[in-house]
Design a protein around this ligand. Structure first.
Ligand SMILES: *Cc1c(COP(=O)(O)O)cnc(C)c1O
Length: 435
């Protein structure tokens, strides 16, 4: 499969190049030239397949020309070594729990898959030279990528994050690791961190001296594996007996990577009736869906902090996937936006009435479904993180202490090893050259 750039000014790339480049040379994002459809027989059998089996079928459709089946199987086996349960929250709404991986958030899927895919391609071509992986994080992606690559030979990860904007746990998940993981604490916001990464990746004089790539949600090798769990949601819905209802999927949205993966799944044949892009007060996507005009805005801080994004990078992919056709986009998705007060209200209500504890991000998706589902529809909300990742905010809402699973709390015992840096490209570049 070849990959094209959304800016339309770069040569077609192989999967290996698209994964290594991260960003296309013209500054655009890569998309597959042709997205296949899963065959009818796949959907006939999907309720009998394990998550690994259905993921392999989808992965083979996407990557079968580029990675031999046995290597693809072992990449998947190492990536998907945890459960993805669909849990009933109320009569019409199910929660797809994407937080059973090592860092308790959905970004484990893409990050673990990408780490293994990159290492597969890099060592095949460059042997032992060091590849630097740049990642800007607004929350969980740094931890997921750092843990995905931790200890992988020949690869060094640099995590750029906004000083003071992450929870202690989120920061500890990458800043305490050491070894091949470096944490750069930037005096700025997430958009500043993302801008430093983008500028470095487009700087030819820098790239002549240091091997650089990215692992943000802009990397197509991180995005595509996020399709897998949408198929699992459907299969588990069939098992739950919800066979005559139309499936509506709500996605807590920031940079729109998760939603883009959902759109891929639908285009590959998954019967999703429509999506909800659930926003916090950073409602750029929601406003676009309501008005047809895309206007990036300064970030405001919310309790769903991993969605505090003012200029969502995957928007250009969504436009490209629908040939810039606003009416086709609106036929497939709607927006919903919730203030911190409504998010808190939702967490509290669902906790008391349904005995299910949402995290602030999942709460936006739950609320989008609760407010908008029509008769004959069943809702799947993506629960993108375990509530204990946002312990302080969630405890304040419910007025009770919550347990932190041990695979998360272990990070808090480690020593923080971040390097502080102003938001200056000149300094960042000098630092990279000194490595
Ligand atoms: C990153 C993140 C999101 C937003 O996902 P996008 O793919 O950037 O839209 C939502 N919830 C949590 C917990 C996250 O970490």
């Amino acid at each position: 499969m070849k990959y094209y750039s959304t800016n339309g000014n770069a040569p077609l790339a192989s999967l290996a190049d698209a994964v290594r480049n991260g960003l296309a040379p013209d500054g655009g994002l890569y998309l597959p030239v042709h997205l296949g459809r899963m065959p009818r027989a796949f959907f006939d059998n999907i309720s009998e397949m394990t998550f690994r089996e259905m993921s392999f079928a989808v992965a083979y459709m996407l990557f079968g020309e580029d990675v031999p089946p046995d290597d693809l199987k072992s990449i998947l086996a190492d990536t998907l070594n945890f459960e993805v349960p669909l849990v009933k929250v109320d009569d019409r709404i199910f929660s797809l729990e994407l937080f059973h991986g090592p860092t308790l958030a959905f970004k484990d899927f893409g990050a673990r898959f990408l780490a293994r895919l990159m290492s597969y391609f890099h060592t095949a071509t460059y042997g032992t030279s060091v590849l630097n992986v740049l990642v800007a994080t607004s929350g969980d992606s740094g931890g997921a990528v750092a843990n995905g690559f931790y200890g992988v030979p020949g690869v060094r990860v640099l995590v750029l994050y906004p000083s003071g904007k992450l929870s202690a746990l989120q920061e500890a998940q990458f800043a305490t690791l050491g070894e091949n993981i470096m944490a750069l604490e930037i005096d700025g916001n997430f958009d500043d961190c993302q801008a430093l990464v983008k500028q470095a990746l487009m700087d030819d004089s820098l790239k002549g001296n240091v091997m650089l790539t990215s692992a943000n949600s802009i990397n197509v090798g991180r995005l595509l594996p996020q399709m897998f769990y949408y198929f699992s949601a459907y299969s588990q819905l069939l098992h739950s007996g919800a066979t005559d209802s139309r499936m509506v999927v709500a996605v807590p949205s920031g940079n729109l990577g998760n939603l883009t993966a959902g759109v891929f799944a639908k285009m590959a044949g998954l019967p999703v009736s429509r999506f909800y892009a659930a926003n916090n007060s950073n409602d750029v996507m929601c406003r676009y869906l309501a008005t047809g005009s895309f206007e990036p805005k300064p970030v405001v801080d919310t309790i769903a902090s991993a969605m505090d994004v003012g200029n969502p990078s995957n928007f250009s992919r969504i436009l490209a996937l629908y040939d810039n056709d606003y009416s086709r986009i609106c036929a497939d998705m709607c927006g919903a936006t919730y203030s911190d007060d409504l998010i808190a209200d939702t967490i509290l209500n669902v906790y008391h009435h349904n005995h299910y504890l949402l995290d602030p991000h999942g709460a936006t998706a739950y609320r989008a479904l609760a407010d908008n589902l029509r008769p004959g529809e069943v809702g799947v909300m993506l629960e993108t993180a375990h509530p204990s990742k946002f312990k302080v905010a969630v405890e304040r809402v419910i007025g009770e202490e919550i347990d932190v699973p041990s695979r998360l709390s272990v990070f808090l015992g480690g020593e923080k090893r971040s390097i502080g840096m102003p938001s200056s490209y000149g300094l960042f570049k000098r630092f990279l050259l000194s490595l």
